[in-house]
Write a new protein. Sequence first.
Length: 450
Amino acid sequence: MATAYGPDTRDRHRPGTGSGGHPPAKHVLPAALRAPFEGRTWRELGYVLLSMPISVVLFCFAVTMVSLGLGMLITFLGIPILAAGLAMCRGFGAVERARARALLRLDVADPAPIRGKGGLMSWVGAVLKSGVSWRHLLYAVLHMPWATFAFVVAVTFWAYGWAAFTYPLWRWVFPAYAGVGGIQLYGDRTHQVYLDSPFEMALTSALGLALVLVTPWIVRGLVAVDRVMVLGLLGPSRLATRVSELESDRGVVVDTAAADLRRIERDLHDGAQARLVALAMDLGLAKEKLTDDPEAAARMVDEAHGEVKVALQELRDLARGIHPAVLTDRGLDAALSAIASRCTVPVKVVVDLESRPAQAIEGIAYFTVSELLQNVSKHARATRASVDVWRAGDRLLLQVGDDGRGGAGVSTGSGLAGLTERLDAVDGILVVDSPVGGPTTVTAELPWRG
């Protein structure tokens, strides 16, 4: 992995650029002229056309089942009937989500399934207590009038637009079969107005063209309301989504902590602990030779002294890997400068922070930059690198870069993938821009907590 940045790397989301900083694809025709023929327009129109019959069926079913269930509440049968109606609404909701994915390209997560503790009554109670079930019912009731309105508007604009636009091609129908010159705009006992002259036909076609060009944008506005309804009523609630994210993040944090503990245990066992055991044995032998061979004992003590120094250095390195003292005492600026001094290429460090973030965020920022610079040393083949740290609102931003060979990516099993998971656990983001041949920019965002 290689990392680098140029002079304007803070502008990650510059206008006019696509993903990775590359310019978007260029089209010959402007969007206004392309829209009537794009696949998106026809998919959205198909969604609107299908919405009315589907919504009528769903509305009738929901109203019938709810009315029957409420009417039968005087008996025991009303409760299971009402629960069955809500469960069927959830089934219709699954169809609507699939339709939105296929035609609107709207990826809506499925809500959590109903979990009863066992038995029919437990399932009935779970359905009735589920807010998701009632939101599906609300969708069934609200969507029908909106779908009818959207259907009428879309079909009217679409039909009148294309009919007027192609009017010169089919006007011959009127004199051939109706005995009139064209479409009648006005008529009474003494006066009639027909669209039959070349100018009137051209004006009608021009008006039709305007309707054809504006219809896709009207349809997009209509389906925007459908998007809101599907997301808000048929998807999981924000609370449920947040709980799911936190559960996933908790698993990542637990796995990361366990991996760190295993690494510390391995480093202690294979490094300092082994040296200390050997040191104890050498000192024991030196003690035995102290009276018989003082010179050999002195040499062994001298060797043991060297082993002590090496063991102490390993312990310092291990402590630095857990939480460096310089970070606690002097903050990110000094700590990152210390990391940069150990990198194999020259690194320019710029830290623009008026205050220090919380210790947990500061530690994550430190180890993020440390791992990225290690990757620069091992894989980048760079001649220079840089680190930039600043605060933007309630976010702490880190940017590490070099002029190396590029080609870095957040793929499964890579170091960047693990780093991305660690940042996700604290609502952080990792963005990698690394074209083959370099340079590469790796930007990390962390929440600011003072």
